[in-house]
Design a protein around this ligand. Sequence first.
Ligand SMILES: Cc1cc2nc3c(=O)[nH]c(=O)nc-3n(C[C@H](O)[C@H](O)[C@H](O)COP(=O)(O)OP(=O)(O)OC[C@H]3O[C@@H](n4cnc5c(N)ncnc54)[C@H](O)[C@@H]3O)c2cc1C
Length: 807
Amino acid sequence: MPKIVIIGAGIVGCSLADELTERGYYDVTVIEKGKLWNPGGSTSHAPGVVFQTNGSRTMAQFARQTVEKLYSLRHNGETCFLKVGSLELATTPERLAELHRRAGFALSAGINARVISPDEALKLHPLLNREKILGALYVPDDGIARAVLADEVMGKRSISRGARFIADCEVIGIDQSDGRVTGVQTTQGPFPADIVVSCAGIWGPKIGAMVGMSKAIQPLAHQLCYTAPMLELAFYKNEAELPVLRHQGSDLYFKQKGQSLAVGWYGHQPLPVRAEDILPCELAAIMPSQMPFTHEEWKGAMERATEVIPSLERSEIVESMNGLFSFTVDNFPLMGEWSELKGFWVAEAVWITHAGGVARAMAEWIINGHPTLAVHECDVNRFDTHQLGSLHIEERGAQNYVEVYDLLHPLQPMESPRPLRTTGFYRRQQELGGFFLEASGYERPQWYEANAGLLIYYNVPPRDEWSSKFWSPVIGAEACAVREGVGLFDITTLKRVEVTGKGALEFLERMTTGNLHKKPGSITYCLLLNERAGILSDITVMRRGDQDFFIGVNSNTDINYLKKEAPDTVHVRDITAGTVGLGLFGPKSRELAQSLTRDDLSNEALPYFRLKNTYLGHVPVMLCRLSYVGELGYEIYTTADLALKLWDTLWQAGQQYGLIAAGRGAFNSMRLEKGYRSYGMDMNSEYNPHEAGLAFAVRKSEGFRGAEAFNKVDPNAFSRRLVCLVLENPQHVVLGKEPVLHKGEVVGYVTSAYFGHTIGKPLAYAWVPAELSAQGTRLSIRYFDRDYPASVGADPQYDPQMTRLKS
Ligand SMILES: Cc1cc2nc3c(=O)[nH]c(=O)nc-3n(C[C@H](O)[C@H](O)[C@H](O)COP(=O)(O)OP(=O)(O)OC[C@H]3O[C@@H](n4cnc5c(N)ncnc54)[C@H](O)[C@@H]3O)c2cc1C
């Protein structure tokens, strides 16, 4: 059994010790530089309000598990979670609409939620201003975590099972040998360990620096005040009975504390603090994670608060605090084993709201090698190098603080720092009026204004206001034009690795579900599975030589996973930044490509799923006969220095074939028509290939990770399935993550959705129970406050015989 050291006894460290010892991992030592059970980190002073609703299903489920767990814990007979419910308030029509959308997120994740009228809201919280409120999102199981008490209960329970908690002991170094941790150095001497888990919260970057790891965490100060007892609350005798409140429109939240109210505010300037500058316990005035309260930053908070709770006008502030907690560059926590140092794990930037679920997933991950929930969004190895610079971390962390309650569209990119990464095609894309969104830090065109003229040829139905954001009808015209002619797509942002060296083939056969024993020049679409046959990724493997592979992967997590598992003789190299990719897709793509090379590109010479190294004009390229949009076409790769030349070569030659540049919007519409799944959206590690409709990508043999579990799955007996829903009304476009209903009951959720411009219908892929997955089954999709009728359709909707791809 491994020796495990956990750094930090905040809510995350204590929850993890509890989860590990519950699973029989008793050799756990929690090292804490403060005093137990209130050691001075963020947990020690947070008000602990818990709103489970989240745009990420994983985060919502972490929250749900946290509530379940804390509610079950007893401290001196009292629960550690006060289930008083929550109300998110709307004072504008836009926010009211947003609350309906958020209700959808909650329902999709199995959380009970509904939008209620102002009168109902007032019944639940009589201090609210009836005149101001248009409605509220009510989640009855939300409430208040009594986090410090929970820490004590979980800590003592862990100790009773064999764990040790060492207080007043600071970790000052991490020992390592041969690429793995061997223990920690502390102010009380060394502690050997096979696994070290950093649960150090705002001090995370400091612990990271001990092993040379940059963590994308930014500690930020956040202000909160408590009122004196209020006359209006005199009636209440308990710690809290009223629902917790959020008034996102004014960046405010509230909780009752006996006869007082706590008011928290995100409306001030972000106040970043460097982890190294946080004072040690002995020098901190109150506790290390608290800064002096600044009246300057509180200006305006109470005026806004009074708008929704008028009685606050007469209230007096008697307690104020300025506490530190962590924000990250993408708003997700950091979880998992760092790929650069075996045995070094992280669980940081975690709110109290998610701590129970995060700890459960971490314990499962450490013990079984994979958590039950999909955690790819939170994987500590997900970052690109550019995301790990201190300036970037500070700027994006601060922006996430500012936007914490903002009403954000799912496609809305961050505004700064931009542009950051650009491909070699950027200049040409700008000239064509590209509308850029951000992908992996790259500027990526969603559509090109230069194609607006195409709208006279194609009928693109209008959309509602919300789904029209970051959208243009030009997207529809581009999609249709590509299906009839030929389009050029920038696919550089998709990640690429090279896997080479002795044993590369055997390594990839072990790691992937593909049959890769094919001649060099072959292309194989296959999966990475975990031991449970959950899908870790879908990848495209190009065999360039006997032991030379070029692989299109989904994320840095994939790359780090392959690196970590590769034997010494096999080299896994991220070649994304040094290469570029263009998709040349459409029925005229072969003619166009052929006009630029003397090599034979006929269907016989270069069939579907084969590659050829050739030149297009002067540019050396790897020409891969595949397309993610379901048309005849090629993915074309070359080195980054030749990007512009490649674009110009194709562009010039393409004029006589009517070549257009097409954006990601058209790409997404076309891929959905063809039923091509997108990892992270349509499937993840919670699903197996049968359920996701990807069993065709799994070879029939043993010998690859996940094979045993996969071969045990009865393909006729699983309980859920990814299906293609076709919405009945062409103007009913949904965007993804909406709940799916059957006879008024929530039965599933939408993954990807887009209008299929070739077939003229809106599509939505969705997870539904197997018994509701038969074609023709009538369901509905809840979009804001409306239920859109839809039925299970053929999968795919476009060219199921693959004739266009293989022609
Ligand atoms: C004002 C404020 C309000 C908040 N409100 C809410 C809320 O309402 N709801 C919510 O969900 N979240 C809220 N949060 C966020 C939440 O408090 C934190 O995200 C959460 O408590 C972090 O828990 P943790 O265990 O990761 O970190 P911490 O509680 O900070 O624990 C980390 C521990 O690690 C120890 N440590 C660090 N370095 C070392 C070392 N070198 N050696 C030994 N020990 C070390 C520290 O002493 C500390 O005890 C709020 C935060 C603040 C500041």
